[in-house]
Design a protein around this ligand. Structure first.
Ligand SMILES: [Zn+2]
Length: 253
C-alpha cells in the first residue's frame, strides 16, 4: 500500500504495491495491431512502443467485454481521443514537475527529467509510488498492472479527467479531495468489485489520502457520491479540454 505523506499526492488509483502481474510486459511482445495502429492516443506519440500498446489494448479489451455503461463509455472516451494515455516515463516536463512535488520523499529535481527513461531508477521510483496520474486530459499509468487492474485504473483516471479533478480537487480541502477520490474509487469499484469487497470506500479514501475526517461535513460522509459518474458525450461537451491552459515548465539540465 502506498504511504502518502500529503494529500497532494493525488490522482493515485488503488494500491501502489503491485502484486505479481499475470501479464506484465517483458518486452517480447509484438504488440499492437498488425498494422501497428493504436486504439488510443499517447501523450508522447514519438515514444510509442508495441509492448506498451499491447499492455493498454488488453485492458481496453476487458472494458469492451464488460457490459456496463461505465466500461463502455470509458472505452469510447479513450478510443475517441477525449483522453490521452501514456506511461510514467513519458510524463511531460510540466507533469513531471507536478509528480516531483507530490512525492517529496523522492527528492526529485527538475534537471532529473533527462533521466526519466523507461528502465531508469527514477522511473522505477515513481512507478513504485503511483499506479496512475492525471492532469488535464493526460493520463499516465504504471507498467506491470494486471489487465483488470489497469482497466480499473483507466476508469478511475478518466473519471478524474471528465470531472476536471486537477482543479476541483483543491477547491475546499479536504472535502473537495475526498469527493473527487471517492467518486473515482466508486467508479473503479463498480468495474472491479472483487478488489473492494468488504472495504468501506469512505474509510478507504480518508485513510489512503490522509484526510482529516473531522473537517469533512457529516452530510457529505453520509452521501459521498457526486456527479459526474459517467463520461458521456454530454459530459465531454461540458468538459472542454482544449480550453485548458498549460504553463510551460523548465526541465533543462
Ligand atoms: Zn484518484
Amino acid at each position: 500500500m502506498l504511504v502518502r505523506l500529503s494529500i497532494l499526492a493525488a490522482f493515485v488509483a488503488g494500491a501502489a504495491c503491485a502484486a505479481p502481474s499475470d501479464d506484465a510486459d517483458d518486452g517480447s511482445g509484438t504488440g499492437g495491431k498488425a498494422d501497428g495502429s493504436s486504439r488510443f492516443i499517447e501523450v508522447d506519440p514519438s515514444h510509442s512502443n508495441p509492448t506498451f500498446r499491447t499492455y493498454i489494448h488488453k485492458a481496453l479489451d476487458l472494458l469492451e467485454a464488460d457490459r456496463s455503461e461505465l466500461a463502455n463509455l470509458t472505452l469510447k472516451s479513450i478510443e475517441g481521443g477525449y483522453v490521452k494515455i501514456d506511461e510514467l516515463s513519458d510524463l511531460t516536463c510540466e507533469d513531471f514537475l507536478r509528480v516531483a512535488k507530490d512525492l517529496p520523499d523522492l527528492h526529485i529535481q527538475p534537471s532529473d527529467y533527462v533521466n526519466l527513461t523507461p528502465r531508469s531508477e527514477l522511473t522505477a521510483d515513481i512507478t513504485n509510488e503511483l499506479d496512475g496520474y492525471m492532469w488535464s486530459n493526460r493520463i499516465y499509468v504504471s507498467r506491470g498492472q494486471t489487465s483488470k487492474r489497469l482497466a480499473a485504473t483507466l476508469i478511475h483516471e478518466v473519471n478524474h479527467v471528465v470531472n476536471k479533478s486537477e482543479v476541483g480537487y483543491y477547491d475546499d480541502l479536504p472535502t473537495s479531495a475526498f469527493l473527487h477520490e471517492y467518486r473515482s474509487f466508486y467508479a473503479e469499484s463498480q468495474f472491479d468489485p472483487e478488489e473492494y469487497e468488504g472495504i468501506d470506500l469512505v474509510d478507504y479514501v480518508i485513510t489512503n489520502y490522509e484526510l482529516d475526517r473531522t473537517k469533512i461535513p457529516a452530510a457529505i460522509l453520509a452521501a459521498p457520491l457526486t456527479p459526474i459518474l459517467l463520461p458521456t458525450p454530454d459530459a465531454w461537451r461540458e468538459r472542454d479540454v482544449d480550453s485548458d491552459v498549460e504553463t510551460p515548465g523548465d526541465c533543462s539540465p
